[in-house]
Design a protein. Sequence first.
Length: 212
Amino acid sequence: MKPLFECQSITFLDIIKPSTLTIYDSLITSINGASGSGKSTLLSFLNGTKSPSSGLIYYKGQDILDIDIVKHRRNVVLVEQKPVLFPGTVYSNLIIGLQIQHKKIPPENLLKNYLDDFHLSFSLQESIYSLSGGEAQRVCIIRCLLLQPEVLLLDEPTSSLDENTADHVLHYLIQVHQRSSMNIIFSSHSEKLSSKADNIIQIAEKRMGSSL
Ligand SMILES: Nc1ncnc2c1ncn2[C@@H]1O[C@H](COP(=O)(O)OP(=O)(O)OP(=O)(O)O)[C@@H](O)[C@H]1O
Ligand SMILES: [Mg+2]
């Protein structure tokens, strides 16, 4: 198996003790741990939005400090734990990343298919202010999927969803992984969710003195 990310002796304040771990290419990886154990922090290290206090992180063998950060964040896209939507419609939110990256905007019927696939019954012209937390979370996932990154990082992607919808979203993401080369790394406290992953990284409880 080829390493995708290699973290060497990374620390973060007093939260992450020196930790060395490898996330392998072409797998679905789950990062598990209790609330406050550092799951979101680790994901933000991987796409370079946060840096460890010490230690090194390699992406495909290259120190991420040596990679152009804008390029890296295009290759490794993070869907944050709290959905971030911009004022406007669902449509404008779905295409904003593509616009920024000067990529082709898919036709509206294709975008609507994504909404259907994610069990979202509103129209593309719906205002984002009328969305629930779980709906907003799924719109954010679709926005990032449309970018077709090399790696999709999902921070607790199903935390606001009921069990059926969560199962459906997970099944969809597994299919995406199987038919494309997209790497999927998600954080979770749910054993059910992580049981679908090929590889599980367990983060030890916060300030217990043990490591990732
Ligand atoms: N920049 C920062 N400065 C200080 N403490 C921080 C910073 N960022 C995160 N923390 C702390 O690090 C700890 C881990 O946070 P993190 O959000 O990574 O945990 P988590 O495992 O994702 O938790 P949850 O399951 O609740 O989302 C928390 O105690 C948080 O308050
Ligand atoms: Mg978190």
